[in-house]
Write a protein that binds this ligand. Structure first.
Ligand SMILES: N[C@@H](CCC(=O)N[C@@H](CS)C(=O)NCC(=O)O)C(=O)O
Length: 226
């Protein structure tokens, strides 16, 4: 590990991408200073193509000249590299596995389910919404089963890995509703959306999530962003 003086972290990201917001929240929670380079994913820069030649996507973390891509990989890297700040993942390997399991479920299934809703119309949209609610039910039940007594989104006092992954995306649900004429919210899954409302009120999340009006305009103009 490098000393703080020589440590340099640069994040290449896009303000509207929840994948980027995840990494920003993690860096802020850990108290790691970083430089931010904004990337327009509709007109990719040579810098991005050079720094993420495999996926050509944001976010990319450049740490002392070394490249780390893929948001969940980056979150884990941040937690392991800067062990001095609050932990994002539990110490205990079993609890760590459980947190990562549900973060992956959110990342792979629930995010994709949300994307199916915004891409579809009419009856297909109704079906996509039903499927999404079913996924939320599985998520809520799984969380309640696996973390019966603990605040699942937190490690100690601060926001943890799962809270970051869920909050950075679901924290924008009102903007998604407005942009796509949806009414998805607490009436569908009170438990899930009460978690989300608490997450989006966390000061670091609040400071990092895109301003809703700006996100609505972006979503209307250039679907899809993720
Ligand atoms: N699996 C990647 C997904 C990243 C991702 O989808 N980034 C979007 C943000 S809008 C992007 O760069 N899209 C541009 C593209 O896919 O061409 C991660 O977790 O970092």
């Amino acid at each position: 590990m490098e000393s703080e003086k020589t440590d340099q972290a640069v994040l290449i990201g896009s303000w509207y991408a929840s994948y980027t917001n995840r990494v920003e929240v993690a860096l802020k929670i850990k108290g790691i200073p970083y430089e931010y380079i904004e990337e327009d994913t509709t007109n990719k820069s040579e810098l991005l193509l050079r720094h993420n030649p495999v996926h050509k996507q944001v976010p990319v973390l450049v740490h002392n000249g070394r490249l780390v891509a893929e948001s969940l990989v980056i979150l884990k890297y941040i937690d392991e590299q800067w062990s001095r700040g609050p932990r994002l993942l539990p110490e205990d390997p079993y609890h760590r596995a459980k947190v990562r399991f549900w973060a992956n479920f959110y990342n792979e299934k629930i995010k994709a389910g949300g994307y199916s809703i915004i891409k579809s119309r009419g009856k297909d949209r109704d079906k996509a919404i039903d499927d999404y609610m079913e996924l939320l039910k599985v998520f809520v039940e799984g969380i309640q089963r696996d973390f019966p007594s603990k605040s699942l989104f937190h490690e100690g006092e601060s926001l943890g890995h799962l809270g970051i992954v869920v909050g950075a995306n679901a924290g924008n649900y009102e903007a998604f509703n407005e942009a796509f004429g949806l009414e998805v919210g607490p009436h569908n899954s009170p438990a899930f959306f009460s978690w989300v409302d608490a997450l989006k009120d966390h000061p670091v999340m609040k400071e990092t999530l895109p301003p809703p009006h700006k996100l609505v305009a972006k979503l209307k103009k250039s679907l899809p962003v993720s």
